[in-house]
Write a protein that binds this ligand. Sequence first.
Ligand code: FAD
Ligand code: DLZ
Ligand code: SF4
Length: 506
Amino acid sequence: MGTLRLVLADQLSARLDIRTRADKETDVFLMAEVAEEASYVRHHVKKIAFLFSAMRHYAEALQQAGYRVRYVRFDDPENTHSLKREIDRARTELKLSAVHVTEPGEWRLKEVFAAMDDVTLLEDNRFLCSPQWFSRWAEGRKQLRMEYFYREMRRAHDILMDDGKPCGGEWNYDAENRSPPRDGLVFPRRLSFRKDSITRDVLYLVAKVFPDNPGQLEPFHFAVTRSQALKELDHFVAHILPQFGPWQDAMLGREPYMYHSLLSSYINAGLLYPLEVCLAAERAYREDGAPLNAVEGFIRQVLGWREYVRGLYWHFMPDYVAMNALDAHEDLPWFYWSGDTQMNCVRTAVAHTLEHAYSHHIQRLMITGNFALLAGVDPKQVHEWYLAVYADAYEWVELPNTLGMALHADGGIMASKPYAASGAYINRMSDYCKDCHYKVEMPVGEKSCPFNALYWDFIARHEERFRKNPRLSYVYANWTRMGDDKQKALRAQAQAHLQAMREGHL
Ligand code: FAD
Ligand code: DLZ
Ligand code: SF4
């Protein structure tokens, strides 16, 4: 008796057990483009197109390798548009009862599969840390700091280690990775992959079926097969990784990618394996002279942050999604969807997002995330925005980054202090402020940079919670030194900015 093997859009990996254990004679792979997955948030059109095209290419590769595949297209008239119903329809029509699925990346889907008869969940062995290992690590610790988790991962996987010690003698070169942008930086060209007939069909479909979803479909540069994604990895390692280090936190209006890898969509969808990505970076250090601060910084993101946020997600779900420790209730301003704001930093980050279904980490954290934090926007609405607009977004990775890292809504499980910053930080790390309607050096006044007053209002609003935090003591010392009049003026200015935000003219 054969098995039905469901492959989700973010499980396009030949090395998963679901594939290596398949019997070509008796088993059938099921892949389905369904409205339930395509519309549980208003996904960016590029995200949908990337995933549908990558799914269709993966199904074709499965068939070419001799497997039996049942592929349900979005516009197939029989499509029931739900994964559960598609499983049941396939079971009946193919007369197969046992179903195998790799653990999905979202709690809601895990619940769906867990409630079905005769569905077996297989471990997602692409990750370098299992949820069980993470929970054991987390047990009994007062603080779950990424840095300690990362060191364990380095040891366990023997990555960037020399005789049991970290390469270069330090675990972390973060301090060398925070340079502001400077004139004369040169940015290597990025790859763009030719659109074949599969991708062209998908682009046509998505334009027709999702006309009101956010984002632009064209230009469409994405890799949609494993071999293309491997080219993207090689290109990054050879031409961009050496510069990844110093300018990791820098932002430039004309450079949506800076020296970032653009690999997250491919790793998360399964076209690349996190381990091979880390090993490629390590090879560049050992064999090709790539600087250690760049290589370590990059590996820390993949082996450290990526695995750590997944561990947190499964450890704290389902409660995590409802956390709102800072009691934030403002509605998400419309300019997150339209980019229609006079704040040049936010406008640029949103414009990059709408064009590419991508923005780099510091734009996500210190521009759109920071603004939502300071303005007190409802975490659930912010979470849904991040989950919708980025091609690499699935709840396991997006939620801890949004709720924990950007919004501090988990009360500090993830970050020991909120990533709150005023305009001065944005001005130091970017070129946005010189072209802005607002004046970054002004604390109050109609044209004052909104990040300034909102920052101090945030500090004042949460004084009880944060005053005793040693990492914020200098901030509260400054706040106190300002005196009553200045404090009142800043807080009134913050209210004026918030009112403008609510009325749609910030
Ligand atoms: P690079 O800067 O080149 O980093 C290399 C790789 O490291 C990435 O490809 C990614 O796999 C990994 N990585 C780096 N930082 C993180 C991190 N904090 N968490 C997990 N992996 C990380 N990342 C997602 O993959 N999906 C998301 O939905 C997502 N949502 C985010 C939401 C917010 C509010 C914030 C602050 C961050 C979010 N991130 C998310 C993390 C990070 O911003 C992206 O992984 C990164 O911008 C992807 O671009 P890149 O591949 O060029 O990354
Ligand atoms: C994100 C997404 C979208 C847009 N569409 C599909 C789909 O049609 N079929 C499918 O199998 N998966 C899709 N996905 C990805 C799933 O939502 C993803 O597996 C979950 O978010 C869990 O990570
Ligand atoms: Fe952003 Fe303020 Fe700079 Fe304008 S002045 S770009 S709002 S930080």
